[in-house]
Structures are given as C-alpha cells and as structure tokens.
Design a protein around this ligand. Structure first.
Ligand code: FAD
Ligand code: DHB
Length: 390
C-alpha cells in the first residue's frame, strides 16, 4: 500500500492529523494497535484551550463542542480554606471549554467513518523502517495478514509508550525527564457538579480538584501517594477526603455514584527532537506534562495543527514550515512545560523532604497569595491556562 503520510496511533493526535490532512487534500493511513472500542473508552483529559476549540471548529468538528461543551470564563484557586476566582475573560478576554477527550475522539472517529478514511485498528508488531530515507515504510500484521505501507513521511502519534520515538537512534536523541513524588487519583461520578467552574485546591493534606464532564457528571481528582493502589481508596474514603480538601464554609460537595476510578503517575518529559529524517513526532510521543495545567491533550492538538500546516505547505512546494516543525513545536512545548511544572509545584504537597516540606508549604501559600492578589500575576496565569497561540 502507498500513502503520503503514514500515521502511527489513533489517539487524538493521530486522528486529528489524519483529518486535517484530508481537509488539505493529502492522503494518509492510520495504524493503531488497540481496538476502536478501547480507544473510544479511554477516559483522560477534559479541558480545551480556546485555540484548540478554534482548530476543531475550523475542521468541521465544532458542532457538539458548541452544543455540549461547557465554556468557562475562569477557574477557582483555593487555599487556606478560601476560594478565589480568576476570571480569564475579564483579565484577557479568553476562555476555555470543558469537553472530554473521549468526546473529541468520538467526534473524530465518527467523522473518519463517514468519510471512509483508512484506519487499521488492532495492528500487531507495528514497526517503522528507513526513516533516514525519503521512502520510509511501516510494517504490521492485521487480521493475520502482513502489511507494508510505503509513504513520504511517517508521523509518530503513538503516545508515550509508542514505537516511533524508540526508533530514533539513541545517540541522535536526548530525553529530558522529571518525576513528581505524588500521583492523581481520578473519579467520574454521576452527580451534577457542585461548582460552575473548576476548583484547584491546595490543602494541608494535599491537592484536590473539582472538574466536570457535563451538567450531570462530575470529575474529581485527589493527590495520593505514588505507591497507593485503588484498593486503599474505597469510595467512602475518596468522598471523605474530597470533602476535607475541597470544603469551604457555606458550600457542600454533592456525592454521587462513582463510575470510574484510576490512579495516574505524574511526570514531565520532553524529547530533544520531534523530527528525524522522514519521521515526525506529535503529542505524547514527543512530550508529557503532569496534568495540573490541563495541557496534555491541548499540546497534542497544537503539534498536529502546526504539522498539518507544514505538510500542506510542503506539498504546495514550500518546505520552510516542515523543516522548522520540530524546532517550532519544541519551543512552544517548553513554554507549556514550565507552566505545567509551575502549576504542579504550586498546588501539591511535597512530603519527601522533611527538612523543607513545611517551609515549602508556607512559601506555596505566599505564592498563591501573590497570584490571587496581583492582576499581573493573574493575567500571566490566564494567558497560559487559556492557551498560547499555535
Ligand atoms: P495517546 O492518546 O496516548 O494516543 C496514542 C495512540 O497510539 C493510542 O491510541 C495507542 O493505543 C496507540 N499506540 C501506542 N503504541 C502503538 C504502537 N506501537 N502501534 C500503534 N499504535 C500505538 N491530560 C490532561 O490534560 N488532563 C488529564 O486529566 C489527563 N489525564 C490523563 C490520564 C491518563 C491515564 C493518561 C495516560 C493521560 C492523561 N492526560 C491528561 C494526557 C492526555 O490524555 C494526553 O496528552 C493525550 O492523550 C495525548 O494524545 P496523543 O494522541 O498524543 O496520545
Ligand atoms: C481535567 C484534568 C486536568 O488535568 C485539569 O487540569 C483540569 C481538568 C479534567 O479531567 O476535567
């Protein structure tokens, strides 16, 4: 089989790239190792930056975002048991939209299905070859049959554990990496959100957050220890801890049936290059952020928006954007990385160093006092949270 762009991975990055290329009249094939049901069922991110909404809308994917997405003008920062609103709309005239990654993926899969796109699910032994040449290949097994795709370019949109980044020779790439001494326990609950906008709370016992998926479904997160398992967190303990960390006088957190529970480790990770020969990396394949700033999905959308424009320019005989993609996407990503790291350090209790942990907590409160008390600091937060331009 031949195509112009072979895309590995049918997460948001791969599916959106294939869709954006189709919009530009460029053929692609997507190769995914999981089933379509698995891809559709994965519960992850929930907040779209304004630019991400604009990209999806421009590509004809905005309809359900408009009717079902929840536009938020800001967030709440909570500490010392007090809740402070940061109003992005008032500060800088921008907003964010709560719309689950699952819904973005569903919209993309529906669009591809109607358009008759070629997506191989359940592909086994996916491998990429001849990346240094201008005739790279992708091989895999599908329904018992061996396949080879010959392409002009291969895009690694295969997430953090994919094969594409690992196919770049070790001496040609440096991996920058930072882990955090805590994890997030996330739940979905069948209950109307107890808040109109997201609450990010630093409590003496640790971080907690109240997000949502719809007017009937709440999404909540708790900082837990990295060694914790779900067995240690029965539903009653989760609600009790959420009440303790999110509670403020005169406000009640409503409980509901918990329908999903998971623990996610936190890490920051950036590969030193997103381009190698005929291979380009996009999304989690090239970088990971801790979830606090809600930047994982948004970064994937930003990469793909830039890469689709660069590939379109290449096929219109202008190579400048494509040869600059790796560098441009990395420079944007490092700005996102420092923000995600800042939000994470700001809002979690780090208990690994007994010598500094109490000082650090007081210092975090000082930083939060500064942020909520300064219009300049709030604008800085608003600009970064609502999203840097692509
Ligand atoms: P992915 O969504 O990982 O998609 C990669 C795709 O490639 C997958 O479908 C995978 O099956 C496929 N694949 C992998 N290996 C191969 C292979 N060898 N061959 C073929 N296909 C392959 N971000 C936030 O902002 N907020 C959150 O709350 C949040 N929660 C998260 C929770 C979890 C458990 C995880 C893992 C991530 C979370 N993220 C969150 C991050 C966000 O979901 C990701 O940044 C986003 O999914 C990136 O999209 P992607 O398409 O690059 O990668
Ligand atoms: C959600 C996840 C995040 O990481 C975040 O910062 C905000 C919201 C969510 O899943 O709703």
């Amino acid at each position: 089989e031949n195509t112009r762009v072979a895309i590995i991975g049918a997460g948001p990055a791969g599916l959106l790239l294939s869709w954006a290329l189709r919009d530009a009249g460029i053929d692609s094939i997507v190769v995914e190792n999981r089933t379509q049901d698995y891809v559709l069922a994965r519960i992850r991110a929930g907040v779209l930056e304004q630019s991400a909404v604009e990209t999806l809308t421009r590509l004809g994917l905005g309809e359900r975002i408009r009717t079902e997405g929840l536009e938020h003008d800001g967030i709440y920062l909570q500490f010392r048991g007090e809740r402070h609103h940061v109003d992005f709309q008032e500060l800088i005239g921008r907003s964010v939209t709560v719309y689950g990654q699952q819904e973005v993926v569903k919209d993309l899969i529906n669009a591809h299905t109607s358009a008759g796109s070629t997506i191989y699910y359940e592909a086994a032994d996916v491998a990429v070859h001849d990346l240094e040449s201008s005739a790279p290949r992708v091989t895999f097994t599908h329904a018992g049959e061996a396949h080879t795709i010959a392409a002009d370019f291969v895009v690694g949109a295969d997430g953090f554990h994919g094969v594409c980044r690992a196919s770049i020779p070790r001496e040609a790439i440096t991996l920058y990496d930072r882990s955090y001494p805590y994890a997030w326990l996330g739940i979905l609950a069948n209950v109307a959100p107890s808040t109109d906008e997201l609450i990010y709370a630093l409590h003496e016992d640790g971080f907690a957050m109240h997000s949502m998926r719809s007017p009937h479904v709440s999404r909540l997160y708790l900082q837990v220890d990295t060694a914790d398992s779900l067995e240690q967190w029965p539903d009653e303990r989760i609600w009790e801890t959420l009440h303790a960390r999110l509670g403020v006088p005169g406000w009640t957190l409503q409980e509901g049936e918990i329908t999903d529970k998971s623990i996610t480790p936190m890490r920051s990770f950036v590969a030193s290059r997103l381009a190698y020969g005929s291979l380009f990396l996009a999304g989690d394949a090239g970088h990971i952020v801790p979830p606090t700033g809600a930047k994982g999905l948004n970064s994937a959308i930003a990469d793909v928006t830039m890469l689709a424009a660069a590939l379109a320019a290449h096929y219109a005989d202008d190579d400048a954007l494509l040869s600059g993609y790796g560098e441009a996407a990395l420079r944007r990503q490092w700005r996102v990385q420092q923000f995600s790291q800042w939000m994470t350090d700001l809002l979690h209790r780090n208990r690994t160093d007994l010598q500094t942990m109490e000082f650090d907590y007081q210092s975090q409160l000082g930083r939060l006092d500064y942020v909520t008390g300064s219009v300049h600091a709030q604008r800085e937060l608003a600009e970064q949270y609502s999203g840097l331009p692509f």
